[in-house]
Design a protein around this ligand. Structure first.
Ligand SMILES: [Zn+2]
Length: 387
């Protein structure tokens, strides 16, 4: 016990640490949990008994491997005991879901949005209407969080700017909080994607990772030393607006040659000689349908991969990640092109060459659900310490 810490404070801390462990890692035996949390057997028993009495966990007997030893009790989170409302506002779709303790999506609705049909008042009304239908069946969320493709102020949920939604200074946290009667946190989509891939996806257990995601825009989230990098504004990772080609295309941000103009959705369409307004479904189908020979022979894709690699080299020099996780449309880029990008990241970056472990580039594991699950994590971060 820390000097001066009060016993009830220590108990609350232990309870919160145990809840967090069960939520992010999943079931564990009492013995494992005691060892991981550095607690003795009687303390872990008392904590687990307390959580079981309040319905947050279940315990069941599992046979040990082999014949020796007593059956041990496996402690599992009960998803239905505690849930949050998670919302992913994307340019082309709106997803609203209830996510249970342990990170499982219990129920969700995914509805397409027509481009340009993302006025914030309409989005707020749709979220409230869908949330109402999801609340049926006795499941009541205790917190909520929303992923938005823009620059947000975490403290009060103000969306400063979300260019691809055409939002500016939208008090989304307040508007939804009033409607839902719940505290609502707002986060940037790539930041939340990074958080989810770090806790449940491709970057699990990795201390230093960069998550890059291309949708209509390109964004990034950074995990450093196991925690998200926030910067002075609470948000870093506008990597889509790194200027790579000062004589390049004009970006909506006012600059020329931003990375987004070279590797965003429209750039990918151009690389495949498709119209820039090609639907997401068609674009993904075209990418998945390419043979290795077609990829190897395509000059447009080679040029696309070159610019993807140039940006990744800059990020590796700047942040020295062990792993770069590619999400959104970037997860659909053919593996042979990504292998080339990885080679470039290792060979052309000073930091990459000096690193004790070569930087790896991997597609995201959570797919289109990364930002939604990240929003759920943001809500749980606030809820678990008080549960
Ligand atoms: Zn830009």
């Amino acid at each position: 016990m820390a000097l001066g810490a009060r016993p009830d404070g220590v108990r609350r801390h232990n309870r919160s640490t145990l809840l967090h462990r069960l939520h992010t890692v999943g079931p564990g035996s009492r013995t494992e949990l005691a060892a991981e949390l550095g607690l003795n057997r009687s303390t872990i028993k008392a904590l687990v008994d307390e959580l079981a009495a309040s319905g947050l966990v279940t315990e069941r007997s599992v046979e040990p491997n082999g014949t020796a030893g007593r059956p041990s009790l496996l402690v599992s989170p009960r998803a239905e005991a505690l849930c949050v409302l998670a919302v992913d506002v994307a340019v082309e779709r709106l997803t609203v879901a209830l996510v249970g303790f342990g990170g499982r999506i219990l129920v969700g609705r995914n509805s397409p949005a027509r481009r340009g049909d993302t006025e914030h008042g309409v989005v707020v009304e749709r979220v409230l209407a869908i949330a109402e239908t999801l609340s049926l069946g006795g499941l009541r969320p205790v917190g909520a969080a929303v992923s938005v493709p823009g620059i947000v102020r975490r403290s009060d949920g103000l969306v400063h700017e979300a260019p691809n939604l055409r939002w500016s200074e939208v008090p989304l946290g307040t508007l939804l909080g009033d409607g839902l009667g719940l505290p609502v946190a707002i986060g940037n989509d790539a930041d939340l994607g990074a958080m989810a891939e770090h806790s449940r996806g491709a970057a699990r257990g990795v201390g230093d990772a960069v998550y890059l995601s291309a949708d209509v825009g390109v964004g990034g989230g950074v995990i450093t030393g196991g925690v998200p990098l926030r910067g002075s504004t609470g948000h870093v990772g506008e990597v889509g607006h790194m200027i790579l080609r000062p004589d390049g295309r004009l970006c909506y941000c006012g600059c020329r040659g931003c990375w987004e103009t070279e590797v965003g959705e429209q750039a990918l369409c151009r690389a495949l000689s498709l119209p820039e307004d090609t639907s997401r479904r068609r674009l993904v189908a075209e990418l998945r349908g390419l043979t290795e020979e077609q990829v190897a022979a395509d000059a447009g894709l080679a040029e696309y991969a070159r610019w993807l690699g140039v940006g990744v080299v800059n990020l590796v020099n700047l942040l020295a990640p062990e792993l770069v996780v590619l999400g959104g449309l970037l997860a659909e880029v053919p593996a042979s092109l990504l292998a080339g990008v990885e080679q470039r990241a290792r060979g052309r970056s000073l930091v990459g060459r000096a690193a004790s472990r070569a930087v790896r580039i991997r597609p995201a594991e959570l797919g289109a659900q990364a930002s939604l699950l990240g929003a759920a994590e943001l809500a749980f971060e606030r809820v678990l310490p008080n549960s």
